[in-house]
Design a binder for this molecule. Structure first.
Ligand code: SF4
Length: 164
């Protein structure tokens, strides 16, 4: 597209992101690393999700909810990440990949369990393919409840880490 036409379109459309909600209160009893304040790189790890949580993560980073304005950015490798956003129950096949992903993420790091499945196995509790919730396998710093969680709640957790 012609850059001038694109510029005109941007000017005409204006801003359509949701208004910025107030910054979240610090989570009681949770100490998050101060070194990550300002900017956090997020690696998503799907350990056995139905894909509902992924749709909401996609919305959180889309133009309307715009998580990047709070200093959160999705990255492609755990080696570049500060935060692991883990979705789904942990299936038996994903135990080892999850442990290896956590090990590959530099410290300080924050692990966020996103959705009811990641938090406490949700509707899949006791299913034959399930090894457990994320906290049964690795230490979890923050949980975002909901099936699926709202993009606002996902962003809220990331803002607690970035402090923005
Ligand atoms: S919490 Fe709900 S939406 Fe998310 S993976 Fe589980 S069943 Fe799917």
């Amino acid at each position: 597209m012609n850059p001038l036409r694109l510029l005109r379109l941007i000017t005409r459309t204006g801003r359509f992101a949701e208004p910025t909600p107030p910054a979240p209160e610090p989570a009681p009893g949770v100490t998050l690393p101060r070194a990550l304040r300002g900017s956090v790189q997020v690696r998503h790890v799907d350990c056995g999700s139905c894909n509902g949580c992924e749709i909401e993560i996609g919305a959180a980073f889309g133009g309307v909810y715009d998580a990047e304005r709070y200093g959160a950015r999705l990255v492609a490798s755990p080696r570049h990440a500060d935060v692991l956003a883990v979705t789904g129950v942990v299936t038996h096949n994903m135990v080892e990949p999850l442990l290896r992903t956590v090990e590959a993420t530099p410290r300080p790091r924050v692990i966020v369990a996103i959705g009811d499945c990641a938090s406490d196995c949700g509707m899949f509790a006791g299913a034959y393919g399930v090894a457990g919730a994320v906290s049964d396998i690795v230490d979890v710093d923050l949980t975002v409840p909901g099936c699926p969680p709202r993009p606002d709640d996902i962003i809220d957790a990331l803002r607690r880490v970035s402090g923005r």
